[in-house]
Design a protein around this ligand. Sequence first.
Ligand SMILES: [Zn+2]
Length: 137
Amino acid sequence: MNLRDYEKILDDAYEKIPDNVKRLSRFEIPKVEIRIESKNTYITNFNKIINTLNRDRRHFIGIFLRKAGTMGEIRGQQLFLKGIYKEKVLNRLIEQYAKQYVLCDICNKPDTEIQREGKKYFLKCTACGAREEIKEK
Ligand SMILES: [Zn+2]
């Protein structure tokens, strides 16, 4: 089999993948872009990140700051954090948030919404219908 045949097989296989699976493979959180200024950190592509997560800004920021153990706020298009943070650390915190509050536990898709019931919060998946209680970690 030559390379061209092989590529054709891959293309054909990709065509056969249902669209909702393709969408899953495209769910990728943008890596943080940061700027350090007078011992503080600005996440300059915060809008892009929050749009991908598709969650309420205040919800994300509340949890994110608590996990980072610092104070911060939205400043224009950016998220300001008190203190100096490495990209790697911030990316990991965002991934943790996504795992807990965005991605479905059952099918791992991001097509979810947070539902509140009294003091409990649930992650409802519109792709597979699962509804799992969100456990604070
Ligand atoms: Zn699901």
